[in-house]
Design a protein around this ligand. Structure first.
Ligand code: UDP
Length: 314
């Protein structure tokens, strides 16, 4: 019998990290989740507590760490990921993208493991090219408040590819576009939990700016599927994974009001500094090399997410 593969998932108690742990376990692997729980939550992995193939280690991956035994995959998903989180945790965000990526690359090198970096559409900044292809170099303000996340991830990409070239490692990069679904933190400040919370409580829906800025929302299950296809593939990327269905924030607010049947009104609040005006992935690479396309339309994914938030009795 062949030995089970062993995967390390940093940020394994987070929104995406925990869903990734579930998927890797159901694919028959052993999983070690590492998380310092500053934005992650043990509730996201409590159902795995008695799974003999799952282990949780509370650790800050920006600090050095050792794991004994074999490791086949290192997936670096640890980072604050919502604008208000990285505004509150700017140094931690920069450290986990830089030192955390360095440490996890070192671990993968030592173990001769395949490495996958969770990067982001934020590397494109406030993009001047639309939709965004992987070849676009981006438009980022390095010293702005969002820059702590954007530049950390840009550094993370640079060092991931430097290790790949210099140490001949098997390193991969996924650029994740806006993703939503169960296990998002209700108070993480992102538009999906904010609007759902406000609608479920019939409070005003807070649209920032004039609401004409756009985002393209991918349901978490589609995203996780794209990520594992990249992990098992022979390509390195970077590969965009996201749903190209694009909405303005005003359109999105209307959808949330419609699906929740809320009595909420839309109110306008100031646009955060450097908020990107438009964002939509070009997913030609993922289609061609990973045979991946998103399957879950917003109507379905949003309803499931609303039902999940309701079940949390918030
Ligand atoms: N946004 C909004 N109201 C909110 C929260 C966010 O209008 O209560 C806007 C935000 O300004 C941005 C978009 O929604 O234009 C997506 O924001 P989010 O924080 O979800 O993610 P981003 O894509 O900016 O990282």
């Amino acid at each position: 019998m062949t030995r089970k593969k062993i995967a390390i998932v940093t940020g394994g108690a987070g929104f995406l990290g925990s869903h990734l742990c579930d998927r890797l376990l159901s694919d028959g692997h052993k999983v070690i989740a590492v998380d310092n729980l500053i934005t992650g939550n043990l509730d996201n992995i409590k159902h795995l507590k008695h799974d003999k193939n799952f282990e949780f280690i509370k650790h800050n991956v920006s600090k050095e760490f050792r794991i004994t035994g074999k490791i086949d995959y290192v997936l670096h998903f640890a980072s604050p990921a919502s604008p208000i989180d990285y505004l509150m945790l700017p140094i931690q965000t920069l450290k986990v993208g830089s030192l955390g990526t360095h440490n996890t690359l070192g671990l993968a090198k030592l173990k001769k493991a395949r490495y996958l970096l969770a990067s982001t559409s934020e590397v494109y900044g406030d993009p001047l090219e639309h939709p965004q292809k992987e070849t676009y170099w981006g438009h980022v303000n390095p010293i702005g408040p969002r820059g702590v996340y954007d530049e950390a991830k840009r550094f993370a990409e640079a060092i991931t590819f430097a290790y790949k070239r210099y140490h001949k490692m098997d390193n991969k990069i996924v650029r994740i576009f806006n993703t939503y679904g169960p296990r998002m933190r209700m108070n993480d400040g992102r538009v999906v939990p904010n609007f759902i919370y406000q609608a479920l409580h019939h409070k005003n829906i807070t649209v920032y700016g004039n609401g004409k800025q756009s985002r393209s929302f991918c349901y978490y299950s589609d995203l996780i599927d794209g990520i594992v296809r990249l992990l098992y593939s022979s390509i390195s990327g970077p590969v965009n994974i996201g749903n190209p269905d694009e909405f303005t924030m005003l359109e999105f607010a209307d959808r949330v009001i419609q699906y929740t049947q809320a009595k909420s009104k839309i109110v306008f609040k100031p646009l955060p500094t450097d908020d990107p005006k438009q964002r939509r992935p070009d997913i030609s690479l993922a289609k061609k090399y990973l045979k991946w396309t998103p399957k879950v339309p917003l109507a379905v994914g949003l309803q499931k997410t609303i039902d999940w938030f309701k079940s949390q009795s918030i």
